[in-house]
Write a protein that binds this ligand. Structure first.
Ligand code: SF4
Length: 347
């Protein structure tokens, strides 16, 4: 794991509402991605939608105003960004206000946004805030403008998602082995830290667990305050050492599958892989996806601890696409074909 100051990006999650056109092949209706990193399919239907208040967004942006300039270098030499993320930020009813806050609060070269298909009504606003629309995967240090990542999750994108709801604690009994794998979690090292309305987090996936499961269970937030200290001692959260985030790591990492090589799933399958203990928790919080049966129980006997090669250095990008380090590249996906949902839903 790395402290947030090493991250190439910090995400500010502004909403859990999303319009990703992930289409189930059976009836063509939108149901959302498989294995969404934000666990959005598990928010109980009777819970209010999450929209970050503009004032909280302003405070989050201000805490990150000099992230590009003052944070430590990314270990993979990537430029540094602060992202507006969801769900889909375009679904926030105050999206134009959030854009104005982001433009005013930071160097435009570090501002970024992640969303689904671009809504035509926001094209001009998006270009004014983040620069030219056609720039996917063109990020580099000398970009004169911000970074836009638009993933429409079409068939051509061939996007796969790691099963984050397969709990490592359900797969591995040896605590030393489990924590060693968590300590080497490739997602935390390669992805982002995050801010939600519940505070600051060392990992965007842990932030999602806190937002959906912590909130759903009525637990107090594990998020850190955006600032500590006064005057010259005042420091933003992302300058804290990793040890400051220990309570988050202890609470959320054992429930997560990010530190294990697991078969990924196509986004468009609209189906989540979950392990036994998480299934019980998701039922407690009233998960609509579980209630609708659009999940697959991942059993302990399916877990191959040797897959992916060295647990400390397996590559999730290669692995998630079915490329097992210990055998030949497979480049295939785990599909619903040949699997069974033993927990009552239809596939
Ligand atoms: S195990 Fe999950 S929550 Fe923990 S650092 Fe990895 S991706 Fe984040």
């Amino acid at each position: 794991m790395i402290p947030p100051t090493r991250h190439w990006c910090v995400q500010i999650d502004v909403t859990n509402v999303c319009t990703m056109p992930c289409v189930a092949e059976d009836d063509g209706k939108h149901r959302g991605c498989s294995n969404c990193t934000r666990l959005n399919a598990h928010v109980a239907a009777d819970r209010p939608k999450y929209f970050m208040a503009p004032e909280v967004f302003r405070q989050a942006c201000e805490s990150l105003a000099d992230f590009r300039e003052k944070s430590l270098p990314d270990l993979h030499h990537r430029p540094k960004f602060v992202g507006m993320m969801g769900g889909d930020p375009q679904c926030h009813p105050k999206f134009p206000e959030l854009c104005a806050i982001m433009r005013g609060a930071m160097d435009q070269r570090q501002a970024a946004v992640w969303f689904g298909p671009i809504q035509p009504r926001y094209r001009e606003l998006i270009e004014r805030t983040w620069g030219p629309l056609d720039q996917k995967d063109q990020r580099h240090w000398n970009m004169p403008h911000a970074y836009i990542h638009s993933n429409a999750h079409t068939a051509a994108d061939a996007c796969v998602h790691h099963p984050l709801l397969v709990a490592i604690s359900d797969m591995i009994d040896d605590e030393l082995d489990m924590w060693a794998r968590i300590d080497a979690c490739p997602y935390q090292e390669k992805w982002s830290s995050a801010v939600t309305d519940r505070g600051a987090f060392f990992c965007e996936v842990a932030a999602a667990f806190d937002q959906v499961i912590g909130k759903g269970l009525g637990e107090p937030s594990t998020g850190l305050a955006l600032w500590t200290g006064d005057g010259p001692d005042k420091k933003p959260w992302w300058q804290k050492p990793l040890s400051a985030f220990a309570a988050q790591i202890r609470r959320w990492c054992p429930m997560c599958g990010g530190a294990m090589p697991l078969p990924a799933r196509r986004d468009c399958e609209c189906l989540d892989d979950v392990s036994e203990s998480n299934l019980a928790v998701l039922r407690r919080i009233g998960s609509p996806r579980i209630a609708s049966g659009r999940f697959r129980l991942f059993r302990r006997e399916e877990f191959d601890p040797t897959a992916g090669g060295d647990p400390a250095s397996w590559n999730p990008v290669r692995y998630a696409r079915g490329r097992y380090g210990k055998t030949r590249d497979r480049n295939d996906y785990l599909t619903t074909e040949g699997t069974e949902n033993t927990e009552g839903g239809s596939l």
